[in-house]
Structure formats: C-alpha cells, structure tokens
Design a protein around this ligand. Structure first.
Ligand SMILES: [Zn+2]
Length: 392
C-alpha cells in the first residue's frame, strides 16, 4: 500500500507471531451481487481447504459482521449441512468428520456482507477497515459517480467474504460479479466470461490461477473506460472515469516499460496473468497493490497538461511502487504483519531504482533523500526496529 499519512503508533507488549495454520486455503470461488439501497453484498462462496499439518474436524474462518444463511460441506453434487457457531467475527465450523493433512474439502457458505453496519466491539459503525465500500450508492450526489470498490489490507477482506484472513495463507480465486449491465467490473486475474442476465444484469467471472493472499483480493464496479496496453503477451489495462479516459496513456503509459525494467532487475518476469490499474473515488489510502488489479486514489487521474507539469511526482512513483509489490508483497508475501515493513521497504526502494533508470542518478538520489528525510522526520518511528513483533 502507499499511505498518505503515517500516524505514530504506540508500542505494545503483545508478541505478534505468524498465525498458526490449522487449515490452509486452496481455492476460493465467489458469486456476488449487490443491494445498492442497503449497501449489502449477497454472496455465495465455495472455499476449498486442506488441513495443514495435522488431521482436523473443524474450520475457523474470519467473517466480520455478516448474516450467515447456510454452511454446508460439498459432497459431490449435494450439500451436507454443517453445525457452526458465529460471533460476528469468526465462523467456527464443525466439519462432521476428520480430514487428513493434504486432504482437500470444500465448504459452501451462503451469506450477506454488511460493511456499513459493521461494529467494532459494540461501538458505532466504523468508517475504515470496512473492506467493501459503496460510493454514492443512491446516486443522489450528481457530481460523483456510483462506484463499489474493496480494500483488504490488512484484514478487511473478511468483511466481504469468509476466509482465513492472514497473510500466511494463499489461495487461487474465481470471482463472479453480477452487476447492472451498464457497469464495468474489475477483479483479480483474467476476465473469462461475461454472461447477460434476463433482468438487465451481467455476470463477469474473473479467474486468478496463481495463489495469492486474501488481503490482495479485490473488486471494483462502476462506469469506467478501459484503455488496453500490452506487456509481452499480457494485457496491461487502465480503468478510468470516462472524462479522464483520453489521458490514460499520459498517466499510466510508463507501466509496460516499468514491467520490463523490474523483470530484468529481479531476474523474474512479471509473474501474473495480466496487470490492470483503476482509479476510484474516495479511496481510503494512496493506492493498493491488489494482485493484478492495483487500485489508485483520484490523485493519479490527471489530464495531459497536469501530467506535463509534474516531473517524476507522486503519481509515477506510486505506479512504480504498486507494480513492484507484485513481486515483493504479492508473489513473495510477508508471513505476518510484523514483517510488513519488508514489503514496503522494497516497494519504496523500487521508486528510487525507477527514478534513477528513467531520469538519471540525480533523480534517484533526490527521491531517496526525500524518503530518508521523511523517515528521520518522524522521530518516534525512526527509533523503532524496522521489523517489529510488537505493535498496536
Ligand atoms: Zn506499498
């Protein structure tokens, strides 16, 4: 993620180890649609897992603030109803029998996600870590498009689908999104099918064939124009509001060259099956490196004249940063949030490498100097260990 502000955090004494793996995620298949009036997501999930090291007869999934209608074990073509406890944070499921390490099983869950009604321990509805955001859902604000987008990092994906919401889990994914036919969707991986419904809707299915962590799952829905670019034989695309579509190449056009540069530097070609970037309204951070579908805040959406006025500014360095996360963060993932700084340090360093390669050593040095000044300027943070196992 690229953050706009860093709030000084107090140290805490609790030791933050990697989460213990009882079950390992294997595949996550989701069918979702939306109730714009209620700001709800109506979902069906088929999640495939396997016991990690020991046999187990139970499964705990993170599922925040949902209505759960049905939890079943998939048994061939039939569903076998399962017992579960749900406390609005975790779904504790009895599998009805013991599964052995490596023996995969699939659980079906019928649910509704209610991000705007999410409460933290009995307090009022929260405004961040909602996971799923409805923007101008009732369309009453004439100056703002109607959009839906998600933000998973750190553990907010489990607001919109039940999962083991930890960075030491990885799963392939298949996400089918049903929307009013006038809207465009974006999610992780390749768009494999688009099926028109009889009720003015369309269902888009997105498939991700390499496993990735739950915090990197994403969806976006809205009125976007898609500009298609290319890197080798892979799709590179930019999703922008129609008014900014003519300037897609001005804002994002260096992306394929960055992919070549970083692939060469790292000795591993960009590993994912496409690379899209989208700009949304009211984003809660700077940008987010969702696997193959980076989401940017509005700052990056500019006209050709505005781009001209800026010399290697925040937009281009963030484009480099989020792309580089597709190696450090998405492909190689920190096993706990204690190691998040490893992701972020490499991504920040990539900005310097790109500046030096594209604009010369002085540009790289200047960018490095700015970052260092920022770091040393927040004295409390500069005094902490870079990797820390105690945090609030
Ligand atoms: Zn980052």
């Amino acid at each position: 993620m690229a953050q706009t502000e860093i709030a000084p955090a107090k140290e805490k004494t609790e030791y933050r180890a990697s989460a213990t793996k009882i079950n390992a995620l294997v595949h996550t298949k989701l069918n979702v649609k939306f109730d714009y009036a209620k700001k709800h997501l109506i979902g069906k999930e088929w999640v495939t897992l396997k016991p990690y090291a020991y046999a187990t007869d139970s499964l705990t999934l993170d599922a925040k603030g949902m209505d759960i209608r049905n939890v079943s074990l998939v048994n061939g073509t039939s569903l076998q109803s399962l017992k579960y406890d749900y406390d609005q944070q975790q779904l504790k499921i009895k599998l009805g029998k013991k599964f052995l390490p490596g023996q995969s099983y699939t659980v079906f869950i019928d649910y509704t996600a209610k991000p705007d009604e999410l409460k933290v321990k009995g307090s009022a509805a929260i405004t961040d870590a909602k996971g799923l955001y409805f923007i101008n859902a009732d369309g009453k604000d004439k100056d703002k498009p109607v959009q839906i987008w998600t933000q998973g990092e750190t553990e907010a994906s489990s607001v919109w689908f039940p999962t083991i919401d930890r960075p030491n889990q990885k799963t392939t994914s298949e996400i089918s999104i049903t929307v009013p036919a006038k809207y465009v969707t974006l999610s992780n991986g390749k768009l494999t099918t688009q099926v028109k419904g009889t009720d003015g809707t369309r269902t888009d299915t997105w498939k991700m064939d390499l496993p990735h962590a739950p915090y990197l799952f994403m969806m976006a829905v809205g009125d976007f124009k898609i500009y298609k670019d290319k890197w080798k034989d892979k799709e590179v695309s930019y999703y922008l509001e129609p008014a900014y579509a003519p300037y897609a190449k001005h804002s994002f056009g260096t992306t394929p060259e960055m992919m070549t540069f970083f692939s060469g530097k790292l000795g591993i070609d960009y590993p994912w099956n496409k690379y899209s970037q989208i700009v949304v309204r009211d984003f809660v951070s700077g940008a987010m490196e969702n696997t193959t579908a980076t989401l940017h805040g509005e700052y990056v959406q500019r006209t050709d004249r505005e781009v001209l006025d800026e010399y290697f500014g925040q937009a281009e360095s963030t484009i480099a940063h989020e792309l580089f996360h597709h190696w450090f963060g998405d492909y190689v993932t920190a096993e706990s949030w204690s190691n998040l700084t490893v992701n972020e340090s490499f991504a920040n360093f990539s900005e310097v490498m790109w500046a030096e390669y594209k604009y010369g050593k002085d540009a790289g040095d200047a960018h490095n100097f700015e970052d260092m000044a920022n770091y040393l300027g927040t004295k409390d943070d500069a005094l902490k260990n870079l990797v820390r196992f105690h945090y609030t």
